[in-house]
Design a protein around this ligand. Structure first.
Ligand SMILES: [Zn+2]
Length: 256
């Protein structure tokens, strides 16, 4: 099984990453968050793949707009997504703790509900493959926008991903990693890991598109709300004392 990203919307600054899990022996693919159909269809044709499953993390158009076109080409695909989602293409609604098997790519997933970016947001965690598709809950050294939930909700969801095993690969929905690292440097300039990862990110895109739980604990300011240097920077910015990590999280979200 291979996992590749198809970049889309980079010209408009959306920087979406559509993830394709593929099985060579069966020539099938599972697509995560197909916001754009054309680049996926091109990829599938080039690699002679058909679609078995579509996994949706949340309802935003840049994660779902490609679904109707894919279903026209591959009408038997299952579309997994959050229960009670505004996205109307979901055929297999999911909630916290549900387990699914994406047969074509031989991978089991467990559903983790992560409201905050949107209220319907879910992540797909595979313990056996040590990976998680995190959509817009976690970005490289950053986090998605706070559109529908409040800061407490988003912070609680973030902590669920922070608690996954350290080697878990995280595949996110957008790549703003370098910009996020520059912001991370601004709020925690004595963290040497950030400088290392800026270099990794510049060379060969080693830290673009995906990361690990271990790395995010080292560099992601949204995961490091308990660090005194970040807390102090956020207190300066907010011009008030911030007692709890969630207050630091809320301030970072407003600031970045
Ligand atoms: Zn979104």
């Amino acid at each position: 099984m291979q996992i590749n990203s198809v970049p889309a919307g980079f010209e408009s600054g959306m920087n979406n990453l559509i993830w394709i899990m593929q099985s060579e022996e069966q020539s099938v693919a599972t697509i995560v968050d197909p916001g754009y159909a054309e680049p996926i269809i091109n990829y599938l044709k080039k690699h002679s793949l058909s679609v078995c499953d579509i996994l949706i993390t949340h309802h935003h158009y840049d994660h779902t707009d490609g679904i109707p076109t894919l279903l026209k080409e591959f009408p038997n695909s299952k579309v997994y997504g959050p229960k009670e989602s505004p996205c109307k293409f979901i055929t297999h609604p999911l909630q916290e703790g549900d387990k699914i098997l994406s047969e074509g790519v031989h991978t089991h997933f467990e559903v983790i509900e992560t409201p905050g970016h949107t209220l319907d947001h879910i992540c797909y965690y595979s313990a056996e493959k040590q990976l998680c598709f995190v959509g817009d809950t976690v970005f490289g050294a950053g986090a998605g926008g706070l559109f529908e939930g409040d800061a407490q909700t988003f912070w609680s969801s973030t902590k669920k991903i922070m608690q996954l095993p350290s080697k878990t690969m995280l595949y996110y929905g957008h790549d703003y990693t370098l910009e996020n690292l520059y912001f991370a440097k601004k709020v925690e300039k004595n963290n040497s890991h950030i400088y290392t990862h800026i270099e990794l990110c510049k060379q060969n895109h080693l830290y673009n598109g995906c990361s690990t739980v271990e790395t995010e604990h080292l560099v992601n300011p949204f995961w490091r709300c308990d660090q005194p240097e970040i807390k102090a920077a956020c207190e300066d910015y907010a011009e008030q004392l911030l007692d709890k990590p969630v207050d630091v999280f809320a301030t970072l979200r407003k600031w970045r």
